[in-house]
Design a protein around this ligand. Structure first.
Ligand code: ZN
Length: 139
């Protein structure tokens, strides 16, 4: 299960709406536990895609930025987060390709966002062959 800390929910919502109608991308950091990860912060990363309304390309410097924030706060990089403007919070074929490259160590949060400000967050992890959905809880 992935737990979203109260303050990070506000950050995710503002970040998703600010990038709309483009996809926003970043990392989430927090406390890793074997069966329950608590997300405490969002580290936004530039989306370098040439078609940012339908896909994302992480700025490679984002990996180092996320690691630095995690080290400064005594936490860990837990996952990749990105938005799906006007489409459901389910992984795309592009996401599956990325996940196959990234591997199993990070989970994926996908944020569906609409022009009306409606947000839906779903969690996933890559099992080596496909995405498997994880429960997301808010506290
Ligand atoms: Zn996606």
């Amino acid at each position: 299960m992935i737990v979203l800390d109260g303050a990070v929910q506000t950050s995710i919502r503002a970040w998703a709406l600010a990038a709309y109608p483009h996809e926003a991308v970043g990392f989430v950091i927090g406390e890793p536990l074997p069966t329950l990860a608590t997300v405490t912060a969002l580290v936004p990363v530039a989306n370098l895609a040439s078609t940012p309304d339908t896909t994302f390309v992480l700025d490679p410097v984002g990996w180092f930025q996320a690691d630095a924030v995690a080290q400064q706060t005594g936490t860990a990089v837990l996952g990749i987060i990105h938005t799906h403007p006007d489409s459901p919070a389910v992984p795309s074929i592009h996401d599956a390709r990325n996940a196959a490259d990234v591997g199993r160590s990070l989970f994926w949060l996908i944020v569906s966002v609409t022009s009306h400000g409606r947000i839906d967050i779903r969690g996933w992890h890559w099992d080596g062959a496909e995405f498997v959905e994880d429960d997301v809880a808010w506290n």
